[in-house]
Design a protein around this ligand. Structure first.
Ligand code: ACO
Length: 205
């Protein structure tokens, strides 16, 4: 199937209230490196299970329990992130090579504009930007909740998610981007350009 949008030279999305942050922060080169018909974009207000064909929350289930989240609760959390959109950069990869459902939104007739939720979300990740006093009010990016749907793993989507989050962190001014992971994921993050630093510790309530 041909890609859903004609141009591969720029993001098929434009800044809108539906999107968590300005898609111009996502490098066009990463969009170009995705399989045909796949798009990378900010999380959208419409990316909840109830009202869309997308499956952001389902995608996160490869990580851990997500639980039952109502549409209203999703909207409240999205609104909080949106009001702090210089801190929370959550992205998704959407596979547009799926037939639209009645629950999904219609695709724009313009090749340069694709409606979020028309396809199926297959990968997600977040970079959370921390503002420090040290390093002259430096900023650190924390990569969190990287998830690729089980049937989509091994297609370099995880790599593209990490490349995107690193690029966003760099563009907004972070002097480093860090993450915690399990031992089994170390080889993946090494492939993404990370190296071992320090030790992760946790305290659970
Ligand atoms: N061990 C060794 N190498 C790996 C592994 C692994 N577990 N996973 C990926 N790689 C390699 C691939 O072979 C590939 O190497 P290549 O460039 O030489 O071909 C490279 O890493 C990139 O792999 P991708 O295809 O981009 O990986 P994928 O899309 O499958 O995503 C991920 C990897 C995110 C770990 C995925 O398997 C996943 O979602 N797992 C379940 C959830 C999870 O563990 N998430 C990470 C939690 S940690 C955090 O969120 C900070």
């Amino acid at each position: 199937m041909a890609p859903i949008y004609a141009s591969k030279t720029k993001s098929p999305f434009t800044k809108s209230d539906n999107l968590l942050f300005d898609p111009a922060l996502i490098p066009a080169s990463i969009q170009e490196s995705l399989p045909a018909g796949y798009v990378v974009r900010p999380l959208a207000r419409s990316d909840n299970q109830v009202r869309s064909n997308s499956s952001f929350l389902k995608t996160l289930e490869v990580l851990t329990t997500v639980g039952t989240i109502s549409d209203e609760a999703f909207q409240r959390r999205f609104q909080y992130l949106k009001e702090h959109s210089d801190q929370y950069y959550t992205i998704v990869i959407e596979d547009m090579n799926v037939p639209p459902t009645s629950a999904g939104s219609a695709t724009s007739s313009s090749p340069s504009l694709v409606t979020p939720g028309r396809g199926k979300i297959v990968a997600a990740g977040t970079v959370l930007v921390e503002r420090k006093f040290i390093h002259e009010l430096g900023m650190v990016g924390h990569i969190e909740d990287i998830a690729v749907s089980a049937d989509q793993q091994g297609k370099k989507l995880g790599l593209r998610i990490i490349e995107t989050l690193k690029a966003i962190g760099q563009q907004v001014g972070c002097y480093k981007v860090i993450l915690d992971c399990s031992e089994k994921n170390v080889p993946f993050y090494e492939k993404c350009g990370f190296e071992r630093k320090g030790v992760e510790m946790g305290w659970y309530v």
